[in-house]
Write a protein that binds this ligand. Structure first.
Ligand code: NAD
Length: 407
């Protein structure tokens, strides 16, 4: 996965004429922390897990990035995602560098008490390298506002009251309104900005969304209230299709009651992965990485791919999409709504005041629209893919900050 991020980085760096030594400086992480986490299970046995925090680059501000609890968490994966965060923060111009990390555990096998003990132990192990002005973790796959609340509490116990040490906290505990919907809403703003260039609006297109979790479900909501026709959605158990458009609010209500899409009455059930090949204008992977590969690109019918998930398109698939005239709005831009509202949460914590939801939404719109315009203008002017343009903007900003600070 690190190779994939590096590939896109190098492609842009070559176009910019950046020398190999500076490339190496910008490619590799500044710090990799690996810790052993030993806890007592409810049964009284000891269990050991490995935790990681990779800090990629802090030329533009403190490190920032999610914590993932998943058996696949390792150094390579965290490093790739940390680099993505550096570029993402620079593209949307929030004053952060990139980091990522997590614990190689499966939260489904852990009781709430065990999850809390693992989180507190991990926090104390990495407390020297995180902090409101140092590195600010956030939720990612299988971590949520409760886990952020434990991190804040444990860090504050060691260092004094520090709500700004993490973002994505519960709204009742120094979290920000609008953080839960931020990534999905940001994707909708990004699509709207792209469609303006086609003289179209959200309501003029049909959409399919892979993944109906935090990102997919809020995205579906924000597309449909703007008149977009969402024809298919999927989750880990299966997919549903209605070419006339799903009643998104009814689907959301079904999922919040039943926990999955399966059984939803007003749609056809289709095999889960067939969602990727349904007739639609815009296909949004909002679940996992590595979804589009050289094996399946030829089956995709959409003409616009919007990467709400991180790294859903392999470099070979990306090239094949380009050759076929299919546009790809890349992860580093499309899903940056989360880091933008995380920035708002941090700012509110530090200054000890609160914005309301309308304010957050309009500020998010400003940040996303400005970033999208900068990237789309560059792609148009230089006749390069949107992803390459996004990396050029990011590398330019991080490179400049690095040089100004003094290497
Ligand atoms: P989530 O855990 O809330 O939801 C994931 C969804 O994907 C679930 O509905 C799950 O059932 C579904 N899914 C899993 N495997 C699937 C499969 N093989 N086919 C179809 N559906 C499948 O996660 P999320 O927060 O919505 O994140 C989704 C993606 O967006 C991840 O790649 C994440 O890294 C990325 N992302 C999330 C945020 C954020 O703020 N949450 C920000 C930026 C990027």
């Amino acid at each position: 996965m690190f190779d994939q991020t590096t590939y896109y980085f190098r492609q842009a760096a070559e176009i910019m004429g950046i020398g190999k030594r500076i490339q190496r400086l910008l490619e590799n992480p500044q710090r990799v922390v690996k810790v052993e986490i030993v806890i007592e299970r409810d049964s009284g046995e000891l269990a050991t897990f490995t935790g990681f925090r990779v800090q990629h680059n802090n030329a533009r501000g403190p490190f920032k990035g999610g914590l993932r609890y998943h058996p696949t968490v390792n150094e390579d994966h965290s490093t790739a995602l940390a680099a993505l965060m550096t570029w993402k923060a620079a593209i949307v111009d929030v004053p952060y560098g990139g980091a990522k990390g997590g614990i190689n555990c499966d939260p489904r096998d852990l009781s709430p008490g065990e999850l809390e003990r693992i989180t507190r132990k991990f926090t104390s192990e990495i407390s020297d390298v995180i902090g409101p002005n140092r590195d600010i973790p956030a939720p990612d796959v299988n971590t949520n506002s409760q886990i952020m609340a434990w991190i804040m509490n444990e860090y504050s116990r060691l260092n004094g009251f520090s709500p700004a040490v993490v973002t994505g906290k519960p709204v009742e505990l120094h979290g920000s309104p609008g953080r839960d919907e931020a990534t999905g809403l940001g994707v909708a703003f990004c699509i709207r900005e792209w469609l303006k260039r086609e003289d179209a609006e959200i309501k003029d297109r049909t959409y399919a969304i892979q993944g109906f979790g935090n990102v997919g479900n809020f995205l579906a909501h924000h597309l449909s209230i703007r008149g977009g026709r969402v024809v298919a959605v999927s989750d880990v158990f299966g997919a549903i299709l209605n070419p006339n458009g799903l009643d998104v609010e009814a689907v959301r209500a079904w999922v919040s009651e039943h926990g999955k899409l399966e059984g939803y009455p007003d749609a056809e059930a289709i095999p889960r992965d067939d969602l990727l090949y349904v007739e639609c204008d815009v296909m949004v992977p909002a679940a996992l990485g590595g979804v589009f590969t050289k094996e399946n690109v030829h089956r995709v019918k959409a003409t616009l791919i919007v990467e709400a998930a991180n790294a859903p398109t392999t470099p070979e698939a990306d090239k094949m999409f380009q050759d076929a005239g299919v546009r790809v709005l890349p992860d580093v831009l499309a899903n940056a709504g989360g880091i933008i509202v995380s920035y708002f949460e941090w700012v509110q914590n530090i200054q000890q005041f609160r914005w309301d939801l309308d304010d957050i939404r309009s500020r998010l719109d400003n940040f996303m629209s400005r970033a999208a315009k900068t990237v789309f203008d560059l792609a148009e002017k230089k006749e390069i893919p949107v992803r390459t343009a996004a990396y050029i903007v990011a590398i330019g900003r991080v490179g400049k900050a690095t040089v100004l600070s003094g290497i």
